[in-house]
Design a protein around this ligand. Structure first.
Ligand code: ADP
Length: 371
C-alpha cells in the first residue's frame, strides 16, 4: 500500500491563538507552516509551494483577498482558502470571479468543516497539476506534429523539384538525340540519360524508404547477423566491379530487431561507401565489422574512400544535406537522413569517424529487442 501524500498547508493569521490551535490540531496529519503576517507569508512563498494556503481575511496590513491576489501570480496551482467572519457580498463576488480565492471558510469553523475543505482543496490542487502535465504533453505532441508536418512539406517540395531535374534533362537529351546522326554521339546521350534515370530511381527508392519508415510499425524478428550482412552485400556487388567486401562478425549469431529498417540502413551505408570511393582505385575494399552481444548489435561500415571534411560532419545526417564532394548525378542528400530516422525508430544510433582522403567508418548500434 502506498502511503498517502501529506498535504502541505501554509496558514496566515495575525492572531497567535488561532495559529497555535490550528497547528495543534493538524500537525500530525499535515505539514503545517504558520505565518502571522501576509508579508512574512510572501517571503515563505518565495521558497515553497504549499498545496493549500489558508489566510484570515482581516489582517492589519492587507486583507486576505489582497494577499491572495499576489499569491495567485506566485503560485497559481496552490489552492487559496479565505477564512472570514464577515464579508461584503461585493468583495466575495470580485474575489471569486477574479479567481483570487478558491474556497472560503466562515468563522468559527468546526474541525469537520476544516477537514472537508482541506481535502477538497487538495483534490483541486491535484487536478490542477494533472491538467498542467496533460497540457505539457499536448504541447509536446503538437510540437512533434508541427515538426513532422514541416518536414513532410519540405520533403514533398524538394523531391518533386529534384525529380523534375533529371526528367527535364532526359527530355533535353532526347531532342538532341533526334537530330544526332553520329552513333558515338548518340551513345553519349544514352549514357547521360541512363545516369539521369539512375538518379530518378535513387529519389524514388529513398522516397519509398522515407515513407516506409514513417508509416509502418516496427516488426521485430530474429535476424542471423552473418546471413543478413552477406545478403545485403550480395545485392550490391554489381554496382562497381572493382569493389570487394570483407566481413567479420563476432559474438552472438542472432539479434532481435526490425530487419527491414536495419537493411535500409546497411544498404545506404554500403552504397555510400561504394559511391564515395576514390575514382581511380583499381581495387577498392569495403569492410563490415560486427559485434553482437545479448544486449546489442554494433556494425561498422569501413571504406577507404574520399572521406568527409570536418566542417560537413555535423550536417550529413540532415534532410537533403549533400557534401561539396558529393556526385550530383547520384546524390539525393536523403540516404543518411533516412538511416538516422530509421534507427531512431528502433532505439538505435549512428555515428561516423572520417578523414579526408583516408576514408570513413560509419557505426550503427541497435539494441536487442527480444522482450
Ligand atoms: P547522398 O549520398 O545522396 O548525397 P547521404 O545522405 O547518403 O546523401 O549523404 C550525405 C553526404 O554525406 C553526401 O553528400 C556525402 O558528402 C557524405 N557522405 C556520406 N557517406 C560518405 C562516405 N562513405 N564517404 C564520404 N562521404 C560520405
Amino acid at each position: 500500500m502506498t502511503t498517502p501524500e501529506r498535504i502541505s498547508i501554509l496558514y496566515v493569521d495575525d492572531e497567535p491563538e488561532n495559529l497555535s490551535a490550528f497547528k495543534a490540531t493538524y500537525r500530525r496529519t499535515h505539514d503545517i507552516t504558520l505565518s502571522h503576517s501576509a508579508k512574512d507569508a510572501l517571503e515563505i512563498l518565495k521558497e515553497d509551494e504549499p498545496h493549500i494556503i489558508l489566510a484570515d481575511n482581516r489582517m492589519p496590513e492587507v486583507t486576505g483577498v489582497e494577499f491572495f491576489r499576489q499569491v495567485k501570480t506566485l503560485h497559481p496551482d496552490s489552492v487559496r482558502i479565505l477564512i472570514t467572519a464577515y464579508t461584503s457580498s461585493e468583495m466575495m463576488i470580485e474575489a471569486i470571479n477574479e479567481g483570487h480565492i478558491d474556497k472560503y471558510l466562515v468563522k468559527p469553523w468546526s474541525d469537520d468543516m476544516m477537514n472537508a475543505t482541506i481535502q477538497s482543496g487538495f483534490e483541486i490542487y491535484k487536478s490542477r497539476k494533472e491538467l498542467k502535465e496533460k497540457n505539457q504533453e499536448l504541447a509536446l505532441i503538437n510540437e512533434r506534429l508541427t515538426k513532422t508536418n514541416n518536414e513532410l512539406n519540405t520533403f514533398i517540395y524538394s523531391v518533386s523539384h529534384d525529380l523534375r531535374t533529371p526528367l527535364m534533362s532526359i527530355l533535353g537529351l532526347l531532342s538532341l538525340m533526334e537530330e544526332e546522326k553520329e552513333p558515338t554521339e548518340q551513345q553519349n546521350y544514352i549514357d547521360l540519360m541512363q545516369s539521369s534515370i539512375h538518379k530518378m530511381d535513387a529519389y524514388i527508392q529513398n522516397t519509398l524508404n522515407y515513407y516506409r519508415n514513417k508509416k509502418s510499425d516496427i516488426e521485430i524478428s530474429k535476424i542471423n547477423v552473418q546471413e543478413f550482412v552477406e545478403d545485403t552485400l550480395d545485392s550490391m556487388k554489381s554496382f562497381r566491379e572493382e569493389v570487394s567486401f570483407k566481413v567479420s562478425i563476432n559474438g552472438e549469431p542472432e539479434i532481435y530487431s526490425d530487419e527491414i529498417r536495419l537493411r535500409i540502413c546497411l544498404n545506404n551505408l554500403i552504397s555510400n561507401a561504394i559511391k564515395y570511393g576514390k575514382k581511380d582505385d583499381e581495387k577498392y575494399l569495403i569492410e563490415v565489422e560486427g559485434v553482437c552481444t545479448p544486449d546489442f548489435l554494433e556494425l561498422h561500415v569501413i571504406d577507404h574512400g574520399i572521406g568527409i571534411p570536418e566542417d560537413e560532419m555535423n550536417q550529413i545526417f540532415e534532410m537533403f544535406s549533400k557534401g561539396k564532394q558529393s556526385k550530383s548525378s547520384k546524390s539525393t542528400g536523403l540516404g543518411l537522413y533516412i538511416v538516422k530516422e530509421s534507427l531512431q525508430k528502433i532505439n538505435g544510433t549512428v555515428d561516423v569517424e572520417s578523414e579526408v582522403n583516408e576514408g570513413s567508418r560509419f557505426i550503427i548500434k541497435v539494441p536487442n529487442l527480444n522482450e
